[in-house]
Design a protein. Structure first.
Length: 175
Protein backbone atom coordinates (compact mmCIF):
# COMPACT_ATOMS: atom_id res chain seq x y z
CA UNK A 1 0.00 0.00 0.00
CA UNK A 2 1.40 3.46 -0.82
CA UNK A 3 1.55 6.52 1.43
CA UNK A 4 -1.97 7.66 0.59
CA UNK A 5 -3.45 4.34 1.69
CA UNK A 6 -4.10 3.38 -1.91
CA UNK A 7 -3.65 -0.22 -2.83
CA UNK A 8 -2.67 -0.22 -6.50
CA UNK A 9 -4.64 -2.52 -8.74
CA UNK A 10 -1.88 -2.47 -11.34
CA UNK A 11 -3.64 -3.94 -14.36
CA UNK A 12 -6.78 -1.87 -13.87
CA UNK A 13 -4.90 1.36 -13.28
CA UNK A 14 -2.48 0.77 -16.14
CA UNK A 15 -5.38 0.39 -18.57
CA UNK A 16 -7.22 3.48 -17.29
CA UNK A 17 -4.24 5.76 -16.56
CA UNK A 18 -4.60 9.07 -18.31
CA UNK A 19 -7.84 7.97 -19.96
CA UNK A 20 -10.49 8.38 -17.30
CA UNK A 21 -11.63 11.58 -15.55
CA UNK A 22 -14.72 11.73 -13.38
CA UNK A 23 -16.44 14.94 -12.27
CA UNK A 24 -18.10 14.67 -8.87
CA UNK A 25 -20.47 17.14 -7.24
CA UNK A 26 -23.22 17.28 -4.67
CA UNK A 27 -25.63 19.67 -3.03
CA UNK A 28 -26.23 22.00 -5.96
CA UNK A 29 -29.67 22.87 -4.50
CA UNK A 30 -30.90 24.02 -7.91
CA UNK A 31 -27.87 26.17 -8.66
CA UNK A 32 -25.35 25.22 -11.34
CA UNK A 33 -22.59 27.77 -11.70
CA UNK A 34 -21.29 27.94 -15.30
CA UNK A 35 -17.80 27.56 -13.82
CA UNK A 36 -18.73 23.98 -12.88
CA UNK A 37 -19.61 23.18 -16.47
CA UNK A 38 -16.23 24.62 -17.50
CA UNK A 39 -14.39 22.56 -14.85
CA UNK A 40 -16.10 19.40 -16.09
CA UNK A 41 -15.58 20.11 -19.81
CA UNK A 42 -13.15 17.21 -20.28
CA UNK A 43 -14.56 14.60 -17.89
CA UNK A 44 -15.83 11.24 -19.08
CA UNK A 45 -18.59 10.89 -16.51
CA UNK A 46 -20.29 13.05 -13.87
CA UNK A 47 -21.54 11.76 -10.52
CA UNK A 48 -24.03 13.93 -8.60
CA UNK A 49 -24.45 12.83 -4.97
CA UNK A 50 -27.86 14.35 -4.34
CA UNK A 51 -29.69 17.51 -3.31
CA UNK A 52 -29.84 18.31 -7.01
CA UNK A 53 -32.66 20.82 -6.50
CA UNK A 54 -33.81 21.16 -10.11
CA UNK A 55 -34.02 19.02 -13.26
CA UNK A 56 -32.24 21.93 -15.00
CA UNK A 57 -29.02 21.01 -13.18
CA UNK A 58 -29.03 17.47 -14.57
CA UNK A 59 -30.04 18.66 -18.04
CA UNK A 60 -27.06 21.02 -18.16
CA UNK A 61 -24.63 18.42 -16.80
CA UNK A 62 -25.85 15.81 -19.29
CA UNK A 63 -24.75 18.10 -22.12
CA UNK A 64 -21.18 17.74 -20.82
CA UNK A 65 -20.96 14.00 -20.07
CA UNK A 66 -23.01 11.01 -19.00
CA UNK A 67 -24.48 11.63 -15.53
CA UNK A 68 -25.22 9.29 -12.63
CA UNK A 69 -27.31 11.07 -9.99
CA UNK A 70 -29.13 10.19 -6.79
CA UNK A 71 -31.78 11.98 -4.76
CA UNK A 72 -30.85 13.85 -1.62
CA UNK A 73 -32.85 14.65 1.48
CA UNK A 74 -34.07 18.01 0.08
CA UNK A 75 -35.00 16.78 -3.40
CA UNK A 76 -38.75 16.82 -3.90
CA UNK A 77 -41.34 16.43 -6.62
CA UNK A 78 -40.24 14.80 -9.85
CA UNK A 79 -36.61 14.55 -8.74
CA UNK A 80 -37.53 12.57 -5.64
CA UNK A 81 -39.63 10.22 -7.77
CA UNK A 82 -37.22 9.83 -10.69
CA UNK A 83 -33.84 9.61 -8.95
CA UNK A 84 -32.78 6.56 -6.95
CA UNK A 85 -31.47 6.95 -3.42
CA UNK A 86 -28.43 4.87 -4.34
CA UNK A 87 -26.75 4.08 -7.65
CA UNK A 88 -23.76 2.14 -8.83
CA UNK A 89 -21.88 1.98 -12.07
CA UNK A 90 -18.54 1.87 -13.80
CA UNK A 91 -16.45 4.32 -15.76
CA UNK A 92 -13.94 2.28 -17.71
CA UNK A 93 -12.76 -0.21 -15.12
CA UNK A 94 -13.56 2.07 -12.16
CA UNK A 95 -16.51 0.75 -10.12
CA UNK A 96 -18.41 3.26 -7.97
CA UNK A 97 -21.40 3.57 -5.68
CA UNK A 98 -23.11 6.83 -4.77
CA UNK A 99 -25.64 7.79 -2.10
CA UNK A 100 -26.41 11.21 -0.62
CA UNK A 101 -25.89 10.21 3.02
CA UNK A 102 -22.82 8.14 3.88
CA UNK A 103 -24.53 6.60 6.92
CA UNK A 104 -27.30 5.13 4.78
CA UNK A 105 -24.86 3.81 2.21
CA UNK A 106 -22.60 2.11 4.76
CA UNK A 107 -25.57 0.31 6.33
CA UNK A 108 -26.09 -1.48 3.02
CA UNK A 109 -22.44 -1.74 1.98
CA UNK A 110 -20.44 -2.68 5.05
CA UNK A 111 -17.32 -3.60 3.08
CA UNK A 112 -17.16 -1.89 -0.34
CA UNK A 113 -13.65 -3.25 -0.92
CA UNK A 114 -14.97 -6.80 -0.73
CA UNK A 115 -17.65 -5.85 -3.27
CA UNK A 116 -14.95 -4.71 -5.69
CA UNK A 117 -15.88 -1.04 -5.37
CA UNK A 118 -13.12 1.49 -6.12
CA UNK A 119 -14.95 4.74 -5.36
CA UNK A 120 -17.63 5.58 -2.78
CA UNK A 121 -19.27 8.98 -3.36
CA UNK A 122 -21.49 10.73 -0.82
CA UNK A 123 -22.70 14.26 -0.15
CA UNK A 124 -24.97 15.87 2.45
CA UNK A 125 -22.24 17.26 4.74
CA UNK A 126 -21.44 20.35 2.63
CA UNK A 127 -17.81 19.71 3.62
CA UNK A 128 -15.38 18.15 1.18
CA UNK A 129 -13.35 15.17 2.32
CA UNK A 130 -11.17 12.46 0.85
CA UNK A 131 -10.34 9.24 2.68
CA UNK A 132 -8.89 5.85 1.79
CA UNK A 133 -10.04 2.64 3.48
CA UNK A 134 -8.79 -0.75 2.29
CA UNK A 135 -7.87 0.66 -1.12
CA UNK A 136 -11.30 2.28 -1.63
CA UNK A 137 -11.56 6.04 -2.16
CA UNK A 138 -14.30 7.67 -0.06
CA UNK A 139 -15.16 11.08 -1.46
CA UNK A 140 -17.54 13.88 -0.53
CA UNK A 141 -17.05 16.75 -2.98
CA UNK A 142 -18.58 19.33 -0.62
CA UNK A 143 -21.39 21.63 -1.72
CA UNK A 144 -21.38 22.93 -5.28
CA UNK A 145 -24.29 25.24 -4.47
CA UNK A 146 -23.21 26.40 -1.02
CA UNK A 147 -24.15 29.88 0.10
CA UNK A 148 -21.39 32.30 1.11
CA UNK A 149 -19.23 32.37 3.13
CA UNK A 150 -18.72 28.63 2.61
CA UNK A 151 -16.63 27.74 -0.42
CA UNK A 152 -18.41 25.98 -3.27
CA UNK A 153 -16.47 22.86 -4.22
CA UNK A 154 -16.53 19.97 -6.66
CA UNK A 155 -14.10 17.12 -7.24
CA UNK A 156 -12.25 15.73 -10.22
CA UNK A 157 -11.04 12.14 -9.97
CA UNK A 158 -8.29 11.19 -12.39
CA UNK A 159 -6.69 7.82 -12.84
CA UNK A 160 -2.92 7.52 -12.76
CA UNK A 161 -0.68 4.44 -12.66
CA UNK A 162 -1.05 4.21 -8.87
CA UNK A 163 -4.82 4.43 -8.86
CA UNK A 164 -7.44 7.09 -8.31
CA UNK A 165 -6.16 10.63 -7.84
CA UNK A 166 -8.86 12.91 -6.36
CA UNK A 167 -8.73 16.71 -6.47
CA UNK A 168 -11.11 18.94 -4.50
CA UNK A 169 -11.55 22.15 -6.47
CA UNK A 170 -13.18 25.44 -5.50
CA UNK A 171 -15.76 26.33 -8.13
CA UNK A 172 -14.40 29.83 -8.69
CA UNK A 173 -10.97 29.32 -7.27
CA UNK A 174 -8.15 26.95 -6.75
CA UNK A 175 -7.48 23.30 -6.07
Amino acid sequence: MNEAGREPKKDKWRWCAGRVRIGVLSDTHGRLDPAIVERFADVDHIIHAGDVGSPYVLQQLSQVARVTAVAGNTDAGSLACELPHEASGAVGEIRFIVCHDKRHLLRRHVDPAREGIDLVVTGHTHSAFVDWVDGVLYLDPGAAGAAPPRPRTVAIVEVDRDGLDPHIVEVNGRE
